[in-house]
Design a protein around this ligand. Structure first.
Ligand SMILES: [Zn+2]
Length: 426
């Protein structure tokens, strides 16, 4: 028995076409233009001209930080991180992590995100929340260095244990990455051990890179080297790698990232909000790099609506470089879908509506006034779309959300728990 979304505007080869998507179990069975062939046992949903596109992919996040949303507003990044975020994150209990990530996941589901990368700790808790929500996730135990070698050893051991336990779990909905927090927060010895672990487990690495000028100065002072040549010498770029931010890059840095095909998570809203700068995305695209989108944690965004990130990515670089030809709406939509999948090393699994891909897709209303007229559906979606236009969210062929109702999560309870727990953190 197949499940067919018919009479849709389906995203095929960078454009929307009148057509259908046929799903069987967790997989996409067929995508086509026009009307589907319907078998006697098939279930057909007429979506009445709604957009059907691959689920959006958020490639950089720290979901439990949702409970810290609204704290430390207006502080510069260093103080925001060291004086506001880190002391409070140290107070987060396992229950806090659980409800914080569920709040984030509920927001993501209802705004059209089907896959997210989470860099955090207590991944066994986040894993349970993902099991419940039905989302697809890439989990990475974020590791910050310590003066105490036993603390670092314990983090490495934990990263190894959770990676072995969860990689490929939940019918492949979970994959793992290895994650040093950043070059400026880990010593070279610790970074070497982390790189070694990723090699031993054959897992990709994800890290923060060149988010602020300050962090680059910290590394230069400590290592007497620029950050990217330093990381290259450590062998980091020889691993499959996804970096978040990539804001402050020299000509040579950009060449290095391109040479190693490093995947980028562009977080335009977070970079603006924390005053970090604007990543040189059009230049990185010209060099052939994969640019995906991330929201970063809710404390620095302050939401998980990837439509906003798409729109920002499509507008920001035009303005900065005074060039309206940069980041075409198709490019922005690709960043949130196919490039997101590639950034997470899942390009053969998700990010595209085609036979053999996982059935991760979203249904977005196209009858709202800002979608009229439909001269350019992709431009309408990228410039006018918002998370609240999402009608339905499907992961692995399973409906998680439909017309305002969550089918896996109890949002009343999530709201109650998150409010309660946030009080202690204020
Ligand atoms: Zn981050």
């Amino acid at each position: 028995m197949s499940w067919i979304l018919a009479q849709a505007k389906v995203y095929i080869d960078d454009a929307f076409h009148d057509g259908y998507v046929k799903m069987n179990g967790s997989m996409i069975e067929e995508v086509g233009k026009g009307l589907p062939h319907v078998g006697p046992d098939d279930e057909v949903w007429n979506v009445r001209g709604a957009f059907v596109l691959p689920g959006l992919v958020n490639t950089h996040n720290h979901t439990p930080m949702t409970l810290l949303r609204g704290l430390g507003e207006g502080e510069p990044l260093k103080r925001w991180l060291e004086d506001v975020m880190w002391p409070r994150e140290a107070m987060l209990s396992e229950e806090d992590v659980y409800w914080g990530t569920l709040l984030a996941q509920a927001e993501m589901i209802e705004s059209g995100t089907t896959t997210f990368l989470d860099m955090y700790d207590r991944l066994h808790v986040i894993f349970e929340a993902v099991r419940l929500s039905g989302m697809r996730a890439v989990l990475a135990r974020g590791m910050i260095g310590s003066e105490d070698p036993s603390v670092e050893a314990a983090k490495l051991k934990e990263a190894e244990d959770v990676s072995r336990r969860y990689h490929g779990a939940l019918s492949g909905r979970i994959t793992m990455m290895i994650s040093p927090h950043g070059a400026y927060t880990c010593s070279s010895a610790f970074l070497k051990e982390i790189i070694e672990l990723s090699r031993a487990l054959s897992l990709p690495v994800t890290t923060h890179l060149a988010e602020t000028r300050q962090e680059l100065l910290t590394v230069k002072k400590r290592e007497a080297m620029e950050t990217i040549p330093y990381l290259e010498a450590l062998g980091l770029f020889e691993r499959p790698l996804l970096v978040a931010h990539a804001v402050h890059l020299s000509e040579r840095d950009r060449e290095t990232l391109a040479r190693y095909d490093v995947r980028i998570s562009h977080n335009p809203v977070s970079n603006l909000k924390l005053g970090s700068g604007i990543a040189p995305i059009p230049d990185l695209i010209r060099r052939g790099l994969t640019i995906s989108l991330g929201t970063d944690g809710a404390a620095s965004n302050n939401n998980y609506d990837l439509f906003e990130e798409m729109r920002m990515a499509a507008l920001l670089h035009k303005g900065k470089e005074e060039d309206a030809t940069l980041i075409h709406p198709n490019e922005a939509l690709r960043m949130a879908t196919a490039a997101g999948a590639r950034a997470l090393f899942l390009e053969h699994v998700i990010g595209k509506l085609a036979k053999g891909y996982r059935a991760d897709l979203i249904i977005v209303r196209s009858d709202g006034l800002p979608y009229v007229p439909a001269h350019d559906d992709v431009a309408n979606l990228v410039y006018n779309g918002r998370g609240s236009d999402v009608l339905g969210t499907i992961v692995d062929g399973r409906l998680l959300y439909w017309k305002g109702e969550h089918l896996t999560l109890d949002t009343e309870r999530i709201r109650y728990e998150a409010r309660l727990r946030a009080k202690r953190l204020a």
